[in-house]
Design a protein around this ligand. Structure first.
Ligand SMILES: [Zn+2]
Length: 85
């Protein structure tokens, strides 16, 4: 593999990841509101059900998922069901 090819591939992957990190994760669309990107590294959203504000590393959604799993177990079950469809 030559160097140019690798550079192109890297740029492509980077663009893809960057675009993905600009849209709210599915769990946020499901149970959160007021989604916003705070900075290059952080995004946040407010829980629809208890109003708690969750700040998370941009591009990841585990914080949002964990909050729902711990505080709103029934809702989380519902979310998992919808996701698996
Ligand atoms: Zn909540």
């Amino acid at each position: 593999m030559d160097h140019t090819y690798l550079t192109c591939l890297f740029m492509f992957m980077f663009t893809l990841v960057y675009k993905m990190a600009s849209k709210p994760p599915s769990v946020v669309k499901f149970g959160y509101e007021e989604f916003q990107i705070i900075s290059d590294r952080k995004w946040c959203a407010k829980c629809k059900h208890c109003g708690e504000k969750i700040t998370e590393t941009r591009g990841t959604s585990s914080g949002f998922t964990k909050h729902m799993e711990r505080k709103h177990a029934a809702l989380f079950e519902d979310y998992k069901k919808r996701k698996s469809k």
